[in-house]
Design a protein around this ligand. Structure first.
Ligand code: ATP
Length: 274
């Protein structure tokens, strides 16, 4: 809904420093992106250009942030779509949307004098799920169009195009998407460990007044199993509890209540979804 829209249309000025934890994923992604940047060498040595990177991992771990940081790192325009936008579309409409997405990326790059564009497709599994033998599915044309567009990327001229897709169900993807020259580079974006959780909490505490007694290391330990998105919520909820107490600094108990609330929220979400 509104949250997705905001996320999508927001500026892509985000840097890798603003993503907490995920050290391996960030490193792997940067290495892959250097291929886009060093395009002259790539073609000189006859190396196949990189066209697609697949980010896999659970929801709320920062895959969208990674794609935005990738656009910043490579000085590319950022164009985003979600597989769920293609649900319930009339036959042919989805394919048209894919075409427009690529056109839009190229046009914007030209307009903004950028040499490259990054197209981010979240929830790629919605359009790129395995095609069952013979069975006509409404997304087949959409997926076929995506494959066609990808095959048409040569990256020998500007604007160069790179696709980044995200999924938490890699095993569901149609093998055609994973073939060489398509999404052939996979980067796992895991749930953060304690150190990762700490640095995510730190990032989201930046604009919030913390009481000097608060030890974020301890909070990170208590927020065991939380995703980045959940940790962001914890910080936000804690500040709300602080305001309710008419205080101006976030204290340990606010954080403890916030952790409980986020944990409970997840539970009710799951229950109502069933
Ligand atoms: P989904 O699969 O649900 O789309 P995602 O992996 O793309 O999730 P993001 O949209 O990137 O997750 O993250 C959602 C929000 O959670 C971010 O806007 C940010 O506030 C917070 N967040 C998630 N991961 C991190 C992180 N590693 N560092 C800092 N903030 C994070």
């Amino acid at each position: 809904g509104a949250e997705k829209k905001r996320k999508k249309n927001g500026p892509a000025r985000l840097t890798f420093e603003e993503i907490g934890g995920q050290d391996n994923a960030k490193q792997e992604l940067r290495e892959a992106l250097d291929f886009l940047i060093r395009h002259e060498e790539i073609s000189k040595f006859g190396i196949r250009p990189l066209k697609g990177i697949l980010l896999t991992g659970p929801p709320g771990t920062g895959k969208t942030l990674m794609a935005k940081a990738a656009a910043h790192y490579t000085n590319s325009v950022f164009v985003a779509a979600s597989g769920s936008e293609f649900v319930e579309m009339y036959v042919g409409v989805g394919a048209g949307r894919i075409r427009d997405l690529f056109k839009d990326a190229r046009n914007r790059a030209v307009k903004e004098s950028k040499e490259s564009a990054i197209i981010f497709i979240d929830e790629i599994d919605v359009i790129g799920g395995k095609r069952e033998g013979g069975q006509q599915r409404e997304y087949d044309q959409t997926l076929n169009q995506l494959l066609t567009e990808m095959d048409g990327i040569y990256n020998s001229e500007t604007p160069r195009i790179l696709l980044i897709a995200a999924t938490n169900r890699k095993e569901m993807l149609d093998p055609a998407l994973l073939r060489p020259g398509r999404f052939d580079r996979h980067i796992q974006v895991d749930m953060p460990d304690k150190k990762g959780r700490r640095s995510i909490l730190e990032l989201h505490a930046k604009n919030k007044p913390l009481h000097p007694d608060v030890i974020l290391d301890k909070v990170a330990e208590e927020a065991y199993g939380f995703s980045g998105a959940q940790l962001e919520s914890v910080m936000n909820e804690a500040a709300i509890y602080m305001m309710r107490d008419n205080l101006t600094q976030v204290e340990d108990r606010h954080l403890a209540m916030a952790i409980d609330k986020v944990m409970m929220g997840e539970k009710t979400d799951r229950e109502t979804n069933q």
